[in-house]
Design a protein around this ligand. Structure first.
Ligand code: URA
Length: 213
């Protein structure tokens, strides 16, 4: 894992990089794209949960008593930003099946150009949980920043963003608006184009996940 800047980390694991290359390819179809996004999210979850605290327990094996470790009491919630964030949910749940799942849907008001929440449902004990927000593409950073504005009203324990590809512009915006949020991604690309797409990126993650284009 490489520290890109304070609180921003890039996963350089060969499996993550290999799979990321496959999903960037415009010839990769929706089925494979979905499977790969889920796998990358699972591999990233492995790293993101590296510092979860452990406690010691004793269990009886068929042969004797073993002093072992289990994850101690931290509660997690994962919160995909609709709709592309949904593609990462199952990958995390495979490793953290007890995590609760919230959802945040945002659209950009055509008049004010500000993000507006159209659907938000979070676990009712958010204040006791560590939150991992999911959005495959950190482009302008507008949606992610608005999602954290919203979640912070509920005083969660900690906040992380997991994305696949980030633009420098999005990282700048998010780390300025929310310097306390840890950002994890698999690549930092070159720039945004005039339509707000990440270059070279992978295109529209939602369309590619759900076959809507
Ligand atoms: N959202 C996407 O799906 N792709 C981009 O490149 C930027 C935002």
């Amino acid at each position: 894992m490489i520290e890109y800047k304070k609180n921003v980390y890039v996963f350089d694991h060969p499996l993550i990089q290999h799979k990321l290359t496959l999903i960037r390819d415009k010839n990769t179809g929706s089925k494979e794209f979905r499977e790969l996004v889920e796998e990358i999210a699972m591999l990233m979850a492995y790293e993101v949960t590296r510092n979860l605290p452990l406690k010691e327990v004793e269990i009886e094996t068929p042969v004797g008593i073993a002093k072992c470790k289990v994850i101690s009491g931290r509660k997690l919630a994962i919160v995909p930003i609709l709709r592309a964030g949904l593609g990462m949910v199952d990958g995390l749940l495979r490793l953290i099946p007890a995590a609760k799942v919230g959802h945040i849907g945002l659209y950009r008001d055509p008049q004010t150009l500000k993000p507006v929440e159209y659907y938000c449902k979070l676990p009712q004990d958010v204040h006791e949980r560590d939150i991992i927000v999911l959005d495959p593409m950190l482009a302008t950073g507008g949606s992610a920043s608005a999602a954290f504005d919203y979640i912070k009203k509920y005083n969660p324990q900690s906040l992380k963003l997991m994305c696949l590809i980030a633009a420098p512009e999005g990282i700048e915006r998010l780390t300025t608006d929310h310097p306390d949020v840890e950002v994890y991604c698999a690549a930092v690309d070159e720039k945004l184009n005039d339509h707000g797409y990440i270059v070279p990126g992978l295109g529209d993650a939602g369309d590619r996940l759900f076959g809507t284009k």
